[in-house]
Design a binder for this molecule. Structure first.
Ligand code: ZN
Length: 318
């Protein structure tokens, strides 16, 4: 390994509210990290990243920069469309950052970055074929195929959250109706739990929200299920069923060795994963006649996007 290839890279996770910038070494360890509020304008964003990089790049000998952000990112790192980040419509983000920063820059979808992070340093380490599904405010995905990120013709592959499950289903954040994200995200779990609380069928969940049905969140259902209460278990079971339908559909298409669950909902642990595993087997084609497809929790936690973006940057330079 040359000195250059051992040098760390910068991983940047740009979300709707937070900008996380980490210096990450070749083993995936975070050497330094800064957090800023996410700017809501492109010029301010480039300025904020540039200002942090002016300190971090020389201090750590950073050799490349990777950015993960939501939306449709093309092969040149332009953000074509991002439903949750209105500032991004056909913004050549990689080119803008490359003008400002000294090291080379890559920009990719945040779920792709998280998947690559789990592939390089987390739960999908050592696999050649894996699905990494992010269950958070929305639903994202990354597909590892033949040991590489599957990006598609334009870089837009694996937008799994916007798979239309039910043309009569609830509205999706993207403006369409009935997308998987609209029923399988953390937001959807909260909505389901609130609906059951309002119907009077979730007393344990309601009590955990102080008796206010409007205040019920997904975590309350998770806590109730973890305590063994029937109403929390039923809500998690109902939610896991629709998540598992998507997992099985995707597994039937890409035949992964394993499925890694990342995003905020993974903090629910086996209270979510156990019913998910059971429901998944019920929908996977010929599940009794194929090797098991483990469903496991991500290992990098909420750092997967940042560490993964840094790992993508590592591929830019020899
Ligand atoms: Zn959608």
């Amino acid at each position: 390994m040359t000195a250059a290839s051992a040098a760390p890279t910068l991983g940047i996770d740009l979300g709707g509210t937070n900008l996380r910038i980490g210096v990450v070494d070749a083993a995936g360890a975070i050497l330094a990290e800064v957090r800023d509020p996410a700017p809501s304008e492109v010029d301010a964003l480039v300025h904020a990243i540039g200002a942090q990089a002016d300190d971090l790049v020389p201090a750590h000998g950073v050799r490349a920069v990777g950015v993960g952000t939501a939306g449709l990112i093309d092969h040149d790192g332009a953000v074509r469309y991002a439903p949750n980040l209105p500032m991004f419509v056909d913004v050549p983000l990689r080119a803008l950052l490359a003008e400002r920063l000294t090291p080379p820059v890559v920009v990719d979808n945040d779920a792709n970055a998280a998947a690559w992070g789990e592939h390089c340093h987390g739960a999908a380490r050592g696999t050649s074929h894996a699905l990494v599904i992010t269950l958070g405010t929305g639903v994202g995905g990354g597909v590892i195929a033949d040991g590489r990120l599957f990006r598609g013709a334009h870089g837009f592959a694996a937008e799994v959250g916007h798979w239309q499950f039910d043309p009569h289903g609830p509205d999706c954040a993207c403006g369409e109706v009935g997308h998987w994200e609209a029923v399988a995200s953390g937001s959807a779990l909260g909505r389901l739990a609130r609906a059951r609380a309002e119907q009077g069928t979730a007393p344990g969940v309601l009590a955990r929200a102080g008796g206010d049905a409007a205040a019920v969140r997904g975590e309350h259902a998770g806590e109730s299920a973890a305590a063994g209460e029937a109403d929390g278990i039923a809500i998690l079971g109902e939610f896991a069923e629709v998540v598992a339908l998507g997992f099985a559909g995707l597994a039937n298409i890409v035949d992964p060795e394993l499925i890694v669950v990342s995003g905020g909902l993974v903090e629910l642990g086996d209270v979510l994963l156990d019913p998910l595993r059971a429901a998944f087997l019920g929908h996977l084609e010929g599940s009794a006649h194929r090797p098991p497809v483990p469903i496991v929790a991500a290992e990098l936690g909420d750092a997967s996007g940042m560490v993964g973006a840094a790992a993508l940057a590592r591929d830019l330079t020899p």
